[in-house]
Ligand binder design. Structure first.
Ligand code: LLP
Length: 419
């Protein structure tokens, strides 16, 4: 469910006509809906057991205005770098609602997290545990931690976003957990509170999630029997979203919440969740303009002014994004390869996509682009970083401006020997 709808044949975000934003800000531009962000957060938070921490995965969309919108609704934050931690704090997320995940946190990042006094640091290896202990003990602090385990479960999603198989770099093999818990008990500066798990992203089947969670719950029983006071379980993110209109929906947050309630009831655990995509994906679109409609040898190309540097998901994960005209003209349908201007064949948003006939100069919207869109954008081909707009009812505002060419050039420095 989202708040992008046609009114009189023109695509709107809430009350705002998309062409109005495109005319004022230029294209390409990301447009987000506040109402959709809030709705997704509220639906998820309402589906999981009461009292759980819902820590929005900032990596999906780290714009300060997005974080602040969600923080205002009660969201915590799951962060994976000092940069994201600083963003979460600047976005108004209370430290006691922040979880720090990630396989390669540096000592400097751990030190900043300890100073900030966040809810939980999810430790992913023995060497990280030793480093955190040193860092925290040196400050006379005790960091609340969870150990992220690798449950060796196949999430059945794209290989590049699968994180819970034994061969993946994430977490500690779950069998080593008793050893690690014993080490935690010896070490200063760390207090083991729980176990964390995250097996992948865009998961459209609850079975692998349930299998992973059952392993975690089983291990918590083992640890408790061994005298460890485990009081938390962080069940990660990963629940998928519908990318294809009219396709069977992935499990809804309510289905997911029911599964979690069923298996965690009576376990006396405070749960945490780290949803990213589920909150923001369908709350954002990428608006682009058709530069040319080009006839190739065997196909027609719709050449947009957005490229793989603005939205890399199709190039990187063979991801499908629905594409629609911003203004419906009702022309006969036609098949297009929808491409960007970047000098790589991978700069293709869709192949053989049947759309209403397009003319140069018209606007297209690439849907479900709020998650891992702007967050993974770059300036490849010296294209200015794509701007972002947030709509709220009839109001809208630029929440990240397109840099000027002067600003882009000014970031480089010429060494003295080049004059
Ligand atoms: N927690 C941890 C530890 C994670 O690594 C991730 C995502 C999340 C939570 C949030 O997962 P979500 O609920 O968004 O599925 N760029 C890729 C997705 C990468 C996901 C990385 N980790 C894409 O565009 O599909």
């Amino acid at each position: 469910m989202n708040h992008f709808d046609y009114r009189g044949g023109v695509l709107h975000a809430e009350e705002v006509a998309i062409p109005e934003i495109a005319a004022a800000v230029g294209t390409p531009v990301y447009v987000y809906s506040t109402a959709t962000l809030l709705r997704h957060f509220q639906v998820f938070a309402g589906a999981v057991p009461e009292g759980s921490l819902v820590a929005y995965a900032v990596k999906a969309n780290g714009n300060l205005a997005v974080i602040r919108t969600l923080a205002g609704a009660g969201a915590g934050a799951d962060v994976v770098s000092e940069g994201e931690l600083r963003r979460a704090l600047a976005g108004g997320v209370a430290p006691e609602k922040i979880v720090f995940s990630g396989v390669g946190k540096t000592e400097a990042e751990l030190a900043f997290a300890v100073e900030t006094g966040i809810y939980q640091i999810n430790v992913e290896s023995e060497p990280e545990l030793e480093a955190l202990s040193r860092v925290a003990a040196a400050k006379g602090a005790v960091a609340a931690i969870a150990i992220r385990v690798n449950p060796d479960v196949d999430a059945r999603t794209h290989a590049k976003i699968s994180t819970g198989k034994g061969e993946n770099k994430f977490g500690v093999p779950i069998d080593r957990m008793p050893e690690l818990a014993a080490r935690c008990a010896e070490l200063p500066g760390v207090a083991l509170k729980g176990i964390a798990v995250h097996i992948g992203s865009q998961i459209t089947d609850l079975a692998p999630l349930e299998a992973a969670y059952l392993r975690v719950l089983g291990m918590i029983e083992t640890l408790r029997a061994g005298g460890h006071a485990i009081e938390r379980a962080d069940l990660g993110g990963g629940l998928g979203v519908p990318y294809v209109m009219n396709d069977p929906h992935p499990p809804l947050p309510d289905d997911y919440g029911a599964m979690v309630r069923r298996i965690s009831a009576g376990k006396n655990l405070r749960l945490a969740f780290e949803p990213g995509r589920l909150i923001v994906a369908n709350a954002g679109i990428l608006v682009a303009r058709a530069v040319y409609v080009k006839r190739g040898a065997s196909r027609d190309f719709l050449v947009l002014d957005a490229g793989m540097n603005d939205l890399i998901r199709p190039a990187m994960y063979e991801a499908h994004h629905d594409i629609v005209p911003v203004v419906r003209h009702g022309r006969p349908e036609q098949a297009y390869d929808v491409v960007g201007p970047v000098c790589e064949t991978g700069d293709t948003f869709a192949r053989g996509r049947v759309l209403d006939g397009f003319k140069a100069g018209e606007l297209a919207a690439i849907l479900t682009a709020g998650a891992y869109g702007a967050a993974q954008a770059s300036e490849y081909n010296a294209r200015p970083l794509v701007p972002e707009v947030l709509v709220n009812g009839a109001d809208w505002s630029v929440i990240r401006a397109r840099p000027s060419y002067e600003e882009m050039l000014a970031r480089d420095r010429l060494p003295a020997w080049l004059g």
